[in-house]
Design a protein around this ligand. Structure first.
Ligand code: SF4
Ligand code: SF4
Length: 374
C-alpha cells in the first residue's frame, strides 16, 4: 500500500502562518474529518521532554499544538494534551514550554499522569507487554506531534521515537535495561505498532541539531510535515535532512521487518517536493554504536577508547541529581556533592545528557575515535 506524506514550508512561528501550514498539511492527506467522528476524544501528544523554554527547541512549539487543537475542535473532536516528561510533571513542563498558556486560550485540558495500565502485545512481538499511561488508552485516537531533533542514542527523534513518551516518567529508564541498546529500536517500533497514532504532524519549523534531544542547538528548517504513517514520515524527513536512513536505528529495524513506510519509492509526497525543502549540513550527535559482537570484558576495555561517553562538567552542574535519578545502569554516584560516572556500569544510553537541565552532561570521544575523526 502506498503512503502519503505532506511537506509544507513555514518560515516562523507567527500563528497565522503556522495554522495555515498545519491545515494545508492535513488537508493534503484528506483532512481531519476523514479520521475524526464528532465527539471523539483526541489525545494531542507533543514532545514535552523536560522543563525548557520554547526558544531552546526541546519541546514541540505551542503554536503548532494550538493550531492542531483548534482544527480538532473545528472537526468536532474533543482534544486534550498529555505527554510524560523524562523529568518533572506534565504541568510543570507544559507551563515552562508555553503549552499551558495556549491550552488555556483555546480551552483544552492538559492532563497529568493518572493510572498506569499494562498493554499486552501480540504473540509475534519480542516484548510481551508495555506499561503505559491510561491517558493514552482513554483516547479514541492519538495525534502525534513530535519535534524534529537529534538524539544521542537513536540519531534522530521524529514521529516513532516521540511515542516513547507514552511510557510514564521514570519507567522509561527501565526500558534501557530491558531492551538494551541492541533491541531498543525494536522496542520503539513495537510500541509504535501498539499505540498507532492516527495522524503524525511534526514541528520542523525550528528543529534541533548536535547533541539532542535535550541540549543540542536550535536549527531553522522551516517545515511542517504530516502523515498517517509515522514510519513514512520519518523516512521522508531523513531525506529532507540529507541523511542515510541506515543510521537511524528505527528505520533500519522497519526495513529489516519490512514494515509499511520504510521504502521511499512507495511514498507519495504532497505539497512541496523533497528537493525544495532539503536541509544542508545538519549536525548529528557525536555518538557511535558500541554493540559489536565481542566478549563483554574486551568490549568494556575497548568501549572507553573507541566510543563516545558522557562526562559531567562540574562547573555547570547544579547538583539537581536528575542524572543520578534517571540513570538506568546505576552508573552515577554522588560523592562529595559531585555526580561521578562509573564507566564500567555506563551503558551509553545518554539519558543523563537528555535530562540535565544545565547542559552539564557533555559527550567525550574515546582516544581512538578522536584520532580517526580528525
Ligand atoms: S550533571 Fe546535570 S542532571 Fe546531573 S546533577 Fe548536575 S545539573 Fe543535575
Ligand atoms: S551514566 Fe548516563 S549514559 Fe551512562 S548509563 Fe547512566 S544515564 Fe546512561
Amino acid at each position: 500500500m502506498r503512503q502519503l506524506v505532506s511537506l509544507i514550508r513555514c518560515p516562523d512561528y507567527d500563528y497565522k502562518s503556522v495554522k495555515r501550514a498545519v491545515r494545508d498539511s492535513i488537508e493534503l492527506l484528506g483532512g481531519l474529518n476523514s479520521i475524526i467522528q464528532g465527539g471523539e476524544k483526541v489525545l494531542l501528544k507533543p514532545n514535552l521532554l523536560s522543563p525548557k523554554t520554547v526558544e531552546k527547541a526541546v519541546t514541540t512549539h505551542p503554536m503548532v499544538v494550538k493550531a492542531i487543537g483548534e482544527l480538532v475542535k473545528e472537526a468536532g473532536g474533543k482534544p486534550y494534551i498529555w505527554d510524560s516528561p523524562s523529568i518533572g510533571s506534565t504541568t510543570w513542563v507544559a507551563k515552562k514550554s508555553g503549552i499551558s498558556q495556549i491550552a488555556d486560550e483555546i480551552n483544552i485540558p492538559v492532563l497529568e499522569d493518572k493510572e498506569i495500565v499494562t498493554l499486552n502485545a501480540p504473540k509475534d512481538f519480542i516484548f510481551t507487554s508495555f506499561e503505559i499511561a491510561k491517558n493514552v488508552l482513554d483516547a479514541d485516537l492519538i495525534i502525534n506531534i513530535p519535534k524534529l531533533k537529534t538524539h544521542s542514542m537513536m540519531t534522530l527523534t521524529l514521529a516513532v521515537k516521540n511515542l516513547f513518551g507514552v511510557i510514564p516518567g521514570f519507567r522509561k529508564a527501565r526500558w534501557h535495561l530491558i531492551a538494551g541498546n541492541k533491541f531498543f529500536a525494536r522496542m520503539l517500533i513495537e510500541l509504535y505498532l501498539l499505540v498507532k497514532p492516527k495522524l503524525n504532524i511534526i514541528d520542523g519549523i525550528v528543529g534541533m541539531e548536535g547533541n539532542g534531544p535535550g541540549n543540542g542547538i536550535p536549527k531553522k528548517i522551516g517545515l511542517i510535515a504530516a502523515s498517517f504513517n509515522a514510519l513514512a514520515l520519518d523516512r521522508v524527513l531523513v531525506e529532507v535532512l540529507n541523511l542515510d536512513p541506515e543510521i537511524v536505528p528505527t528505520l533500519k529495524e522497519a526495513k529489516r521487518s519490512d514494515l509499511e513506510g520504510w521504502e521511499l519509492n512507495k511514498i507519495d509526497i504532497m505539497g512541496y517536493p523533497i528537493d525544495s525543502v532539503k536541509t544542508k549540513r545538519f549536525k548529528l550527535p557525536e555518538h557511535m554504536d558500541v554493540q559489536w559482537g565481542l566478549p563483554r570484558p574486551i568490549k568494556r576495555v575497548l568501549k572507553d577508547t573507541v566510543t563516545v561517553r558522557p562526562y559531567i562538567d562540574l562547573k555547570l552542574c547544579k547538583l539537581c541529581k536528575s542524572c543520578y535519578d534517571i540513570c538506568p545502569g546505576n552508573a552515577i554516584s554522588i560523592i562529595d556533592d559531585k555526580p561521578i560516572i562509573d564507566y564500567n556500569e555506563c551503558i551509553r544510553c545518554f539519558c543523563c545528557q537528555e535530562v540535565c537541565p544545565e547542559g552539564a552532561v557533555k559527550i567525550k570521544k574515546g582516544l581512538f575515535l578522536k584520532i580517526f575523526s580528525h
